[in-house]
Ligand binder design. Sequence first.
Ligand code: FAD
Length: 396
Amino acid sequence: MEHYDVVVVGAGPAGSITAKTCAKAGLKTLMIEKRQEIGTPVRCAEGVGKDDLKRHIQPDSRWIAAEVIGSKIFSPDGTEITMSEAEIGGKAGYTLERKVFDRALAQEAAEAGADIMVKTSALGLFRVGDENNPIINGLRVKHLGKIIDFKADIVIGADGVESKVGRWGGIDTSLKPNDIDTCAQFLVSNIDAGEYSKFFLGKTYSPGGYVWIFPKGKHTANVGLGVLGSKCGDGARPITLLQEFMKKHLPQGKVIEMVVGGVPLSGQIDKTVVNGLMLVGDAARQSDPLTGGGIINAMDAGKIAGEVCIEAENLGDFTTRTLGEYEYRWRATIGHEINKSLKVKNLLVKLSDDDINTLAHSLVGMNTATMSLPKMVATLFMKNPKLLWELRSLVG
Ligand code: FAD
């Protein structure tokens, strides 16, 4: 059995950043990907914040499809709120070309020294030690029809929303219908995509979710929506709602690609580490429960996981005593933001379309494009005392 210090399952943003961080420090690293091509098929609206992204990789025109200058939010009655990119703290900015982006990240991991195997699926984990407190120490994979076993000091589960690695390791990653957004998205051409990301809120558009339009060029955009799993039903099928939106708002649009997929919105799960195993990215349910965005959190978590692998190798300890540092560090950073977003999501889900209209009306006439997010929340807070209690934790 070939031995690796770290084996990463899944070559999405979480996996590639983990693999790059480990390999750069000289750890013997392998990243496996079940698909034959890293980056496809894309199941993403591809929007990321500029500043956030720059923490991990220098922007490159090969994988930036478009740059936006801010966001426009529309309430159910069409009231428009504009926010500039600068004022929302670099949280909007690029629409990626993920087919190229994911591949570029994997390339960086390879150049740092990681071995990469595509068309290679993880099938299960090996463990040693006490039955009540086992240590994971390797995995079985299927590569081009052939079964191969690897020994590994640490296995990283970066296998996305449908993760099995966590479950194999004894971690409960199950999602209730209320904890997942079921999404449908079209890549739409023949439209004026504009320079802003656009969000349409309210049950009229999508129960428990929202519609997004992310420009991918002058005349092309990702147009999609997510419906909260618990609200999916006959009247609320994502694809039907999206077709209705298109008919009403973008009748001239031509659909050139279609995507369906799930986004975990559960907030923090109880455990992401066991002896010899860490979960990162969507596999660890680290996407933002409000926006559904998970690329940056996945990369941030991958970086932390990689650093903890280096520490564990230095100490020669792969138990939760050392790997627990990952749990602590991601919860103190990413986890903190996830908690805030979860509160806003839980509030938004409770608001009626009339409530959202009222909130939007209270900002009409104000120059929201130059208003910081905390100032905007504070204004809403003052003008809508009815919602004071629920909004209070966001203002501080
Ligand atoms: P993934 O990118 O899902 O990568 C996991 C990889 O693991 C995959 O390549 C998969 O093939 C591989 N894999 C799975 N099982 C195995 C196995 N057994 N063996 C080997 N390999 C395996 N996020 C944003 O930030 N911005 C957005 O605009 C945005 N829009 C979205 C729109 C939609 C419709 C959806 C569904 C998601 C969206 N997201 C968005 C979320 C974002 O796509 C994810 O959060 C992000 O891709 C998570 O990265 P990851 O590396 O954790 O997982």
